[in-house]
Design a protein around this ligand. Structure first.
Ligand SMILES: Cc1cc2nc3c(=O)[nH]c(=O)nc-3n(C[C@H](O)[C@H](O)[C@H](O)COP(=O)(O)OP(=O)(O)OC[C@H]3O[C@@H](n4cnc5c(N)ncnc54)[C@H](O)[C@@H]3O)c2cc1C
Length: 555
């Protein structure tokens, strides 16, 4: 007899019951961080809710961000104290509720003497920011000295330290929220595209969608429709013949490059000015350095956006200028990726000055009452945006406060006592190595025991996904069984995002595909197809710049 885990998993991937003619109170279109947060809020508020995502949850802008959980320092520069307060409050909640996915991160602000910004104003701003956030972080001296040693000799820098937060894997945060939404009764469907929103007599009545796996088209009826498609927000209106007086979104592309950590690189994130004076970040991320971003107007298909050669070159030049001694070259760029910020449409405005605030557009005046579009927003404020949206559609008291589902990692990377006990327990339960137990506890918190339990006495589930990671095949099985992953890309780029790691190569992809295929009972053809599909998605997302490709192939 086959193990139930595998049977469930195979059954799950085939189990997409038709939604045709179903009636929902609320349909949320778009499964980025905002859409998932809204769907969770509505389901918790007792509404029969459907969440539809054309690709995979978090595959859009959410996984293309800088991954900072901003306390809102930048809004202080624009005098927007209300937004700073909101960001700080939301950041605090994320730190408390998801302590191993969202952690504190020290930032160093390096201000060159040639900067038009005044060091005095920055000092005053940081003082206010620290007071508002109740920051009690050390003064960051050792990190400051480390950075000063690496900086360009020819320029004098003033270096300030401040406290912010980072979510290295918003993909995992979205996966957690998705499971919470489903637990509250939400129906979720990824790889299903909304084709049109149907309206009659000035009010929405439902929508038509296409299942991207089967090609089947279905119609559902709905009282409320929330358009949470981020940079796609206008596209869905155009398709549905809903006319707004002007476009809602002014898409602005932002690109990043990923570099290896170089010797002497600070552990703090660095916030400074790029070669043209624009702000840019160099952030320790996933054992690498994430460098970004750019701001380029982009009105194309957000799903096909890519970093241009000029953006990659600009980011590289900026980091080379900042750290001349690190001798970073083009060949060091591991990959580059881009996303489109769904900023409010503001023709003629300076891109860097565009508001990062979200707002809700009510389509009553456009002949589609009952439909709301979400414009803008940040990872940090997704939960408060969701609450606002729920109130708008008449859910007075939606949120159910949840205690931490995760286990806190002590500051400074030292695992606290609780963590140590949990790791030992998980390793023992699953019969897995300590390294695997550690990464399981870090990513899944209490759920790590369930995953470890499934791996017990199952050698193929205890295998690591590639030879360089502690993450195991059981996590991939869990992703398909419990977290609505359908393709190998859903698994390896988002639920268990090992393919974003330092080591990842086509060989790692093949080893992982074989491991997952064998646990799933796939034949060789199916495994090969899954691997090919995954490699195509990985290459389209994590672009290899030409110089990096030639440097790698030249080895
Ligand atoms: C370069 C860059 C850096 C950023 N850095 C940060 C940062 O450090 N911190 C921070 O807080 N924020 C940051 N942001 C902003 C943040 O990432 C976004 O505001 C946020 O991810 C938007 O989430 P969303 O859910 O609205 O959109 P998305 O994540 O784009 O989700 C929208 C979803 O809708 C789906 N969709 C579209 N059309 C359809 C359809 N017809 N049917 C079904 N589904 C559809 C898409 O596939 C997509 O998954 C950054 C953004 C960018 C671009």
């Amino acid at each position: 007899m086959r193990d139930t885990g595998v049977i469930q998993m195979v059954a799950h991937s085939n189990l997409r019951p038709s939604l045709n003619d179903e009636r929902f109170d609320v349909v949320v279109i778009g499964g980025g961080i905002n859409g998932v947060a809204i769907a969770r809020e509505c389901a918790r508020g007792g509404r029969h809710t459907l969440l539809v995502e054309q690709s995979d949850f978090a595959a859009g802008t959410t996984s293309r961000s800088t991954r900072i959980i901003h306390g809102g320092l930048r809004y202080l520069e624009h005098g927007d104290l209300a937004q700073v307060r909101e960001s700080l409050r939301e950041r605090g909640q994320l730190l408390r509720q998801y302590p191993s996915l969202v952690h504190r991160q020290e930032f160093l602000l390096a201000l060159s003497s040639k900067s038009p910004r005044s060091a005095l104003a920055v000092r005053a701003g940081l003082w206010l920011y620290r007071r508002m956030s109740g920051q009690r972080l050390g003064n960051g001296q050792s990190e400051r000295h480390r950075l000063e040693r690496m900086l360009d000799d020819g320029r004098h820098f003033s270096v300030f330290s401040f406290d912010d937060a980072q979510c290295e894997f918003p993909e995992r945060l979205v996966a957690e929220w998705l499971v919470e939404a489903v637990r509250a009764g939400c129906v979720v469907r990824n790889h299903a595209q909304v084709l049109t929103v149907v309206a009659g007599h000035g009010k929405v009545t439902g929508l038509r969608l296409r299942d991207q796996l089967s090609g089947a088209e279905e119609t559902v009826t709905a009282t409320w429709i929330v358009n949470a498609t981020g940079p796609w927000a206008d596209h869905i209106c155009q398709r549905s013949g809903i006319r707004t007086s002007h476009p809602m979104v002014g898409g602005v592309r932002g690109s990043h490059i990923v570099l290896p950590k170089f010797a002497g690189a600070p552990d703090a994130a660095v916030y400074t000015e790029a070669v043209d004076g624009r702000p840019f970040f160099v952030i320790p991320w996933n054992e690498q350095l994430l460098v970004g971003t750019t701001e380029v107007k982009d009105t194309g298909d957000p799903g096909a956006t890519k970093p241009s050669a000029e953006e990659t070159e600009y980011l590289l030049r900026s980091v080379q200028t900042l750290y001349p001694r690190a001798q970073i070259s083009e060949g060091d760029v591991r990959c580059a990726f881009a996303g489109v910020r769904p900023l409010p449409y503001s023709p003629g405005a300076k891109l860097s000055g565009l508001s990062r605030r979200h707002y809700l557009h009510d389509h009553s005046a456009d002949g589609a009452a009952g439909r709301t579009s979400v414009i803008g927003g940040k990872l940090t404020t997704a939960t408060s945006l969701a609450r606002e949206c729920a109130v708008k559609i008449g859910i007075a008291k939606a949120g159910i406060a949840t205690g931490p589902r995760q286990i806190a990692v002590a500051n400074g990377g030292r695992l606290d006592e609780l963590m140590e006990r949990k790791i030992a327990e998980v390793a023992e339960t699953g019969g897995i190595a300590r390294e695997s137990a550690t990464v399981l506890v870090e990513w899944y918190g209490e759920q790590s025991m369930t995953i470890a339990g499934a791996a017990r006495n199952r050698a193929e589930l205890q295998e690591t996904l590639c030879p360089h990671t502690g993450h195991i095949v059981a996590e991939a099985v869990h992703a398909i069984t419990n977290e609505h992953a359908v393709t190998l890309g859903d698994v390896l780029l988002r639920r268990v995002p090992v393919a974003l790691g330092v080591c990842w190569s086509p060989e790692c992809s093949w080893v992982a595909s074989k491991g997952v295929g064998s646990a799933m009972g796939w034949d060789e053809r199916r495994t090969t197809e899954a691997w090919e599909g995954f490699e195509a998605e990985r290459a389209a997302f994590l672009q290899k710049p030409a110089a990096a490709t030639s440097a790698v192939s030249g080895h």
